[in-house]
Design a protein around this ligand. Structure first.
Ligand SMILES: Nc1ncnc2c1ncn2[C@@H]1O[C@H](COP(=O)(O)OP(=O)(O)OP(=O)(O)O)[C@@H](O)[C@H]1O
Length: 262
């Protein structure tokens, strides 16, 4: 599936100030439906802060974050709580692995999936037939997600016993369990060996092509960025210094200077 022309996420002149530090300085960005986009830049450029502004960890000091998942019109989401933003269809992973390490792989995905459960407290306590049906569906859906992420052979293993690359894929599986229209991946291949990186590259394509989920990723591994991205944004000292297709970014003098001057 190729990217459509419809914009699903728009950052308009976002700034984020921490005390005296302007971590993000009037940055703008827009994502098309069905696209794979990368956000790159030297260490400390402000990439994770942008993710935090999109996903509700921070409320930007100024500027707007808007979404339009279904074409019904733009809605501003800046300042909403992370769980509310997740319910609106934005899911993310973090730089450091965040799993329930003593729980099984299946339980990790089921817990994330339960976020979208309709049953209330009453039904859960008294286990009505509707609750039981819903639980069966959660198990079924969780298996499906694990199969798609090539994790089905690990379902009953404790998350902590998985190889590193599989743990990172499990984090993505947990994010997918919330049925996002947009998945934000913060350095998904950091610390991976070449084989694990290759597998993750395949997963990224599968998620977009098979599930129709758009992807925004932060990544320092330039070969992955150039292989998967249709569009790249470059951040330096909180400012968006370039945007374009991989070929344009590779030969952009400002981008080369930002990296070499690091
Ligand atoms: N909560 C905070 N309080 C103060 N300063 C912060 C906070 N969060 C981030 N910063 C600062 O904002 C700047 C941007 O940090 P950020 O983590 O967004 O960069 P990054 O591009 O993701 O870096 P890296 O590639 O190293 O992960 C840095 O100078 C950082 O120290």
């Amino acid at each position: 599936m190729n990217a459509s022309e419809r914009t699903i996420l728009e950052l308009n002149d976002i700034s984020m100030v921490f005390g005296g530090l302007r971590a993000i300085d009037s940055a703008s960005l827009s994502l098309k439906e069905g696209s794979i986009t990368a956000l790159i830049g030297p260490n400390g450029a402000g990439k994770t802060t942008i993710f935090n502004c999109i996903t509700g960890v921070y409320k930007p000091t100024s500027g707007t974050v808007s979404i339009d998942p279904d074409g019904s019109g733009k809605k501003e989401i800046q300042g909403l709580k992370p769980n509310v933003i997740n319910q609106k269809g934005l899911a993310r992973t973090f730089q450091n692995i965040r799993l329930f390490s003593n729980m099984s792989v299946l339980e990790n995905v089921m817990l994330a999936r339960h976020n979208s459960l309709k049953a209330g407290v009453f039904q859960s306590i008294f286990r009505t037939p509707a609750t039981r049906l819903e639980e069966e569906k959660v198990i079924h859906d969780s298996y499906e997600i694990l199969r798609k992420m090539n994790l089905h052979s690990f379902v009953n293993d404790a998350a902590r016993n998985l190889p590193y690359g599989a743990q990172r894929r499990l984090e993505i599986a947990r994010a997918l369990a919330t049925e996002p229209f947009l998945l934000l991946l913060d350095e998904p291949v950091a610390g991976m060996n070449p084989q694990e990186t290759k597998e993750l590259e395949e997963s990224i394509h599968k998620i977009r092509d098979g599930e129709g989920v758009s992807i925004l990723l932060i990544e320092h591994d330039m070969s992955l960025v150039m292989n998967v991205s249709e569009k790249i944004y470059v951040l330096d000292y909180g400012r968006m210094i370039a945007e374009g297709v991989p070929e344009e970014i590779k030969s952009n003098p400002e981008v080369i200077k930002a990296y070499l001057g690091e």
